[in-house]
Design a protein around this ligand. Structure first.
Ligand code: BG6
Length: 476
């Protein structure tokens, strides 16, 4: 049982992302984005990973992002539910293509700005601080087809124009910002992560790391602009977190775990410390990668973030042989199955202590405040005959992770807040399913897109309300 008290100003809330919640994919002048092209079903992975080029929609496929959970029209009802739980923070993202539908325009789309202003004003009405990601797995498709997305350095200009527009237009409404969601995921899921598709025989590693360099420059410039627009703005990087444990104490396994850790942390090392870490040179040499840099890049990268945000669902395992045959199904980051952990219905290891370990690692390394911006259990929920959803498994998962978070605070780590993932059920990013639910609020919609979209409070809704009201003291 944790004895740690959460700080008085600790931010409690939940997280959604535009691409998995809004829908309204062609409304309000919005342009098509990468996620709009990713179908549900057998072709999903090939498109997500950039192996299959998908530049137009097909009539024989279903695209879950197109309507998602219709947050676009229901945001007032959804934010009211968050307020009822006592949220003081709500993480969401802005769809870049609502603000700049093609991505390379000089003037923003007024309807897109009006939509987000209305969302953020609704939050303010209830005293909820928005925490806003500028790019959560959605690059405007025009930038993919015309420029090759983040392969092109021109993306830096397009992204910083978009970021400046957001900082200026939402000044006074938003002060917490994240640049790129789970920046390390572009290595594993390049199309959904960064709009990258590959040609036959191309050196994918070279393309991905060069694209990442452009994102890092864009992120550092956006951080500088945010501070120029309003010194009160706080900008964070965002990592798909979860430490790699060595599968055994065999030195070769420990060495591989260290390599995997570095691969994971490389980009946020740059964002948090202001320069490529020393190990980048050997990593690039071993992979045969040459990063093309502009002369000003090293100076630009010195604009470091104010805080380090991360998602945490599970820890990972590495051995000298990553193809040892016991690979875990957990997410898109390859890991070995940890025999000491129970797993979710989707095979993701459940490891609350791993959260404390991850937090200690991140704080030891960066000495910057942390923000846990995604965590939760994807599970199948059943509505019983009384119309209730008894999601005790979710409560139990969250309870143990909140305890671990409290323990890490007790270790001396400054944690700004906690936004559990998918606070209202939404479309799963990996599988495109609705049946993989994370929410405190159930949404009546199935994997084929059928359902009334009606919102229904689950048992965890009342539990989380109590947790927030007691500032994390009452986890029963
Ligand atoms: C993170 C993403 O990778 O994990 C979210 O930032 C995603 O967008 C979440 O939804 C959970 O993954 P999934 O595949 O269960 O939705």
């Amino acid at each position: 049982m944790s004895i740690t008290r959460f700080p008085e100003d600790f931010l409690w809330g939940g997280a959604l992302a535009a691409n998995q919640a809004e829908g309204g994919y062609r409304e309000g002048g919005k342009g098509l984005t990468t996620v709009d092209m990713i179908p549900h079903g057998p072709n999903r992975m090939a498109v997500k990973l950039g192996q299959e080029k998908r530049f137009s929609l097909r009539s024989d496929e279903y695209y879950p992002s197109h309507d998602a959970i219709d947050f676009y029209h229901r945001y007032k009802e959804d934010i009211a539910l968050m307020a009822e739980m006592g949220f003081t923070v709500f993480r969401t993202s802005i769809a870049w293509s609502r603000i700049y539908p093609r991505g390379d325009e000089h003037e923003p789309n007024a309807e897109g700005i009006a939509f987000y202003r209305a969302v953020f004003e609704e939050c303010k009405k209830y005293g909820i601080d928005p925490l806003v990601t500028l790019c959560h797995f959605d690059v405007p498709m025009h930038l993919v087809t015309e420029y090759g997305s983040w392969r092109s350095r021109q993306m830096v200009e397009f992204f910083t124009r978009y970021a400046r527009t957001c900082f200026e237009q939402f000044d006074g409404l938003v002060k917490y910002w994240l640049t790129f969601n789970e920046i390390n995921i572009m290595l594993h899921s390049p199309f959904s992560g960064a709009g990258l598709v590959f040609e036959e025989g191309e050196d994918k590693e070279q393309v991905k790391y060069q694209a990442a360099h452009h994102e890092l420059v864009a992120s550092a410039l956006a951080t500088r602009i945010a501070h120029e627009v309003n010194p009160r703005n706080q900008v964070g990087c965002m990592l798909a977190g979860g430490n790699f444990y060595p599968y055994s104490c065999k030195p070769e396994d420990v060495w591989m775990a260290l390599q995997k850790e570095r691969e994971n942390l490389l980009f946020i090392d740059v964002q948090a410390r202001g320069a490529y870490p020393s190990y980048a040179a050997s990593l690039f040499r071993d992979k045969g990668i040459q990063i093309v840099k502009a002369p000003e890049d090293d100076d630009i990268l010195k604009n470091t973030v104010d805080f380090v945000s991360f998602s945490y669902y599970a820890s990972r395992c590495a051995s000298a042989d990553m193809n040892a045959g016991n690979t875990s199904a957990a997410n898109v980051v390859k890991s070995l199955k940890n025999p000491h952990l129970a797993v979710s219905e989707w095979g993701w290891g459940i490891d609350p202590l791993g959260l404390r370990i991850t937090m200690n690692t991140l704080y030891d390394r960066y000495q910057k405040p942390l923000f846990l911006v995604e965590n939760g259990l994807g599970a199948v929920d059943k509505v019983n005959d009384a119309g209730e959803i008894e999601d005790d498994y979710r409560i139990s998962y969250l309870r143990e992770h909140i305890r671990a978070m409290g323990d890490a605070i007790g270790d001396g780590i400054p944690l700004m807040g906690y936004t559990s993932w998918g606070c209202i059920d939404l479309v799963a990013a990996s599988t495109g399913e609705m049946s993989k639910r994370y929410g405190f609020v159930h949404v009546d919609r199935d994997d084929a897109g059928k359902g009334t979209l009606e919102r229904r409070r689950k048992k965890s809704f009342w539990w989380y309300k109590k947790v927030i009201a007691s500032n994390g003291e009452d986890l029963t």
